[in-house]
Design a protein around this ligand. Structure first.
Ligand code: GLU
Length: 418
């Protein structure tokens, strides 16, 4: 994607904030404060590669706001990552945590790199050095990283170990999304897809679509897309199309997900799956389905294709998959949107449970995690729906308005230091 498009991610985030600030009549002082990120750290650091050469990588950790609690947000490894994008995603985390009512502020981190081109050894060295560079900001009471695009539980284990080595004792609560063996939580891996599933089912109920077999198309077959496919299928919906970065497949009668998983393990992608026809990613987005789940990357539903979306419901699994222009088009066309800040909030909600369990050194079973996740995310959905109906605004604006109000309340009641 062009750097120019990426650079506008922060302006888009500010534009969405401004619209929410207008809805709640936010004062100019608070508006100026919340419109900017609190801290942005850029680091350039050397890593010795397997061939003996030294490569200098660039990374960032940005904290947007910490009024409601420690900063919380993932770390992304992606070749096109840049400061503007990380700032936008940090701001989104502040609203996400506030929208679902968990006691965190928002942050995000990234390293500009292609993790698929690094050996395991290089990935570990890059991760440990990056963790060291941003360690001045990280800690259970300060800022708690988690996985995002291009990172995983193993990367989180290395970060936790690095922070712990500096402290001289294990600081498991310094990172979430860790493997269960080192203080990770049951249910964390499936959490973003599970949250998206719970909200898809609630939205279908609200739209009175619970009396037939809804069909689903999922763009992106990463962590969010795969879990959502499996869980929506288990809930009785028919998954008719999925895609990954290399291809898309469609079977109007429904995909055999276990056969597809086997195919994926062998072939490394969904493309070429025999029991379905190959389509393009664009065609997948425009299929006549009940539910569309964009769970790949940003800016997939834009003003160019929003008019062609034929789903009744869009559950925005990936952060910022729908642009502001497309939001308006979908809304005008009566397509219901479950926006990213709640649709994929299952991840950070179970991260919150993981942090709480680590701090207490008392761990819960998966059933308890899923029950609590359902409670928190469904409560947020109905609070936002209520705001949307009462104020005659779309679900995204309602989610932002609710979230910005909560952060503004915390910021105002704490006052300005000194
Ligand atoms: N990276 C995920 C997100 O964008 C999870 C963040 C977290 O668990 O802190 O929501």
């Amino acid at each position: 994607m062009a750097v120019e498009t990426r650079a506008s991610a922060y302006q888009t985030a500010q534009r969405r904030f401004d619209a929410a600030a207008d809805v709640i009549g936010l004062s100019d002082d608070t508006r100026r404060t919340l419109r900017e990120v609190k801290r942005e750290l850029t680091v350039h650091f050397p890593v010795r590669m397997d061939d003996g050469s030294v490569h200098v990588f660039t990374g960032w950790r940005v904290q947007h706001n910490i009024s409601r609690g420690p900063a919380k947000g993932g770390i992304r490894y992606h070749p096109q990552a840049n400061l503007e994008l990380v700032k936008a995603l940090a701001m989104l985390m502040t609203w996400k945590c506030a929208a679902v009512g968990i006691p965190y502020g928002g942050s995000k981190g990234a390293v500009a790199c292609d993790p698929t081109k690094l050996s395991l050894n290089e990935l570990e060295h890059l991760t440990r050095r990056f963790a060291t560079e941003i360690a001045i900001l990280i800690g259970p009471e300060k800022d708690i990283p988690a996985p995002d695009m291009g990172t995983n539980p193993q990367v989180m284990a290395w970060i936790m170990d690095t922070i712990s080595m500096h402290s001289g004792h294990s600081v498991t609560a310094s990172v979430t999304g860790k493997p269960v063996d080192v203080g990770g939580s049951e249910g964390r891996t499936d959490a973003p897809g599970r949250g998206a599933t719970y909200l898809t089912l609630e939205a279908l109920k609200y739209l009175h679509f619970d009396d037939q077999t809804p069909t689903v198309a999922i763009q992106g077959f990463g962590q969010v897309g795969r879990s959502a496919a499996r869980l929506l299928d288990e809930a009785g919906l028919t998954i008719v199309a999925v895609s990954d970065s290399k291809g898309a497949i469609h079977n109007p009668k429904g995909l055999d997900l276990s056969a597809l998983e086997e195919h994926r393990q062998v072939r490394g992608g969904v493309g070429g799956f025999k029991k379905a026809e190959s389509i393009t990613n664009e065609e997948l987005l425009e299929l006549p389905v009940t539910v569309l789940v964009p769970a790949a990357i940003e800016q997939q539903i834009t003003e160019d294709n929003a008019g062609k979306i034929r789903a009744r419901l869009v559950t925005e699994g990936a952060n910022a998959a729908v642009t502001p222009e497309a939001d308006q088009i979908l809304h005008d066309r009566g397509i219901f949107l479950v926006p990213d800040i709640i649709a994929n909030a299952g991840g950070v909600i179970v991260s919150y449970f993981e942090w709480v369990q680590d701090l207490q050194a008392f761990f819960w079973e998966e059933e308890e995690i899923n029950t609590k996740l359902h409670h928190v995310i469904t409560r947020a959905f109905y609070e936002i729906l209520h705001m949307s109906v009462n104020k005659h605004i779309d679900m995204r604006l309602a989610a932002y308005a609710l979230a910005v109000q909560r952060v503004a309340n915390a910021t105002t009641v704490r006052g300005i230091y000194p």
